[in-house]
Design a protein around this ligand. Structure first.
Ligand code: CP
Length: 312
């Protein structure tokens, strides 16, 4: 693997998930692999899980880590040939090559503006880093994809439910702020690669981009979706059609224990952070269906599998 931008960088997804199982059983078995290697993590946006789990993964491999909050750094210019007379102080072309001279692997988190879909969906920052960096780039959530989360999600589903045929539901839920579509887009990509046809349920106006929903099934009723579900993955996303906007929606889309009781004893999954009693009720989050804490714990396993692969 040269970079880890999306599922399509992974040669064999099932082998990678198998490797996650092995790492979970023996997290320190490869401690020499990253010796004298440096991971640099660039955060343009906040994080708890991604930052800590990726650092933990690197330490388990014997790597050193430097994290940089990019709000404290120079503002980057992204356009080639621009005359940099205004806000931007450093071109990504230079920054990428400088960071590459220090780092053996670079991770980056860079959220969308949610103002202009065409621009956001170009995923400019991470694509520029992949273009100009001379070391591997790890996507720690870009404008449109969150593959470290999705590998975790697939691993967690396999760990809990095995390889049997499953009804997997991706359910939209309410949130007080407009959120990116990256987690959901990425989840759908990974599920498609392992031939899981996801039932996506969201209110009208919240359909995800067709390039990600293709091959899956969209319904606009949670009742219909949850019937016989083995996995309910919950996530809010802002509208794609009316890009980045809140639309008027039914507040009863919140996930509750009563709704989970209508499933096939489904796993309740969420990438976290989650707003309790807005997105998911306490009684659902604290129920036996919920695997959200273990899912978050698995972030370190997935990150370790990816870093190990990139160190090859
Ligand atoms: N799920 C996830 O990426 O969490 P953080 O935003 O806290 O990193």
């Amino acid at each position: 693997m040269k970079n880890f931008y999306s599922v399509y960088d992974v040669e064999n997804v099932n082998a990678l998930v198998k490797r996650c199982h092995e790492i979970k059983n023996d997290p320190f078995g490869n401690r020499e692999k990253g010796k004298n290697k440096l991971l640099v993590l660039l955060f343009f946006n906040p994080s708890l899980r991604t930052r800590l789990s990726t650092q933990k993964a690197a330490y388990n491999l014997g790597m050193d880590v430097i994290c940089m909050n990019m709000a404290e750094g120079w503002k980057w210019e992204m356009e080639d040939g621009s005359v940099m007379k205004f806000e931007t102080a450093e071109h990504v072309k230079d920054a990428a090559r400088v960071i590459s001279s220090y780092a053996d692997i670079i991770g980056v988190r860079t959220f969308p503006t949610l103002k202009n879909k065409t621009e956001d969906y170009k995923d400019k920052v991470i694509n520029a880093l992949m273009k100009y960096s001379t070391v591997p780039i790890v996507n720690m959530e870009s404008s449109i994809l969150h593959p470290l989360q999705s590998l975790t999600d697939l691993f967690t589903i396999r760990e809990k439910k095995g390889n049997k045929s499953l009804k997997v539901v991706l359910s939209w839920a309410p949130h007080p702020k407009a959120l990116p579509q990256a987690v959901s887009n990425s989840f759908l990509q990974w599920m498609k690669v392992v031939n899981i046809n996801v039932t996506i349920c969201n209110p009208a106006g919240y359909d995800l981009d067709p390039s990600f929903t293709k091959g899956h099934h969209i319904v606009h009723s949670q009742n219909e979706a949850f019937n016989e579900a083995d996995v309910v993955y919950v996530k809010n996303w802002s509208s794609v059609e009316t890009y980045g906007q809140f639309l008027p929606h039914e507040k009863d889309w919140m996930i509750t224990k009563e709704k989970l009781d209508k499933t096939n004893d489904a796993l309740l999954m969420h990438c976290l952070p989650v707003r309790r009693n807005v997105v998911i009720s306490d009684d659902a989050l604290d129920s036996d269906n919920s695997v959200v804490i273990e899912q978050a714990g698995n972030r370190a396993i997935a990150a370790q599998a990816i870093l190990e692969n990139l160190l090859e």
